[in-house]
Design a protein around this ligand. Structure first.
Ligand SMILES: [Zn+2]
Ligand SMILES: [Zn+2]
Length: 93
């Protein structure tokens, strides 16, 4: 691994953001920076579900959009089987 790849990885991290937020309903994920946390959508732009950007138990942030449990306290950040189980859509009225 040379310097160029380190630089690239750092650049990518900067573009994507240090932290991750995920939709609890559909799995939509978004990355953000410390100073852009306030710009996170309150609800998912895809499905209107709740966006979670912090551990519900200890309020720690998480850095991976694939995280399913808190790195700090081990609490579940979201259902781990979001894509493993059938998600039933509400019937259209
Ligand atoms: Zn969603
Ligand atoms: Zn936690």
């Amino acid at each position: 691994m040379g310097k160029a790849s380190d630089w690239l990885r750092e650049e990518r991290r900067k573009i994507l953001g240090d932290w991750a937020a995920v939709c609890l309903r559909c799995g939509y994920a978004q990355r953000y920076f410390d100073d852009s946390e306030g710009e996170l959508p309150a609800v998912c732009p895809d499905c209107g579900g709740e966006i979670r950007s912090r551990c519900p138990s200890c309020a720690a942030r998480f850095s991976s959009v694939f995280a399913v449990e808190c790195e700090a306290c081990g609490a579940a950040l979201r259902p781990a089987e979001l894509h493993g189980v059938q998600i039933r859509k509400p019937p259209r009225a």
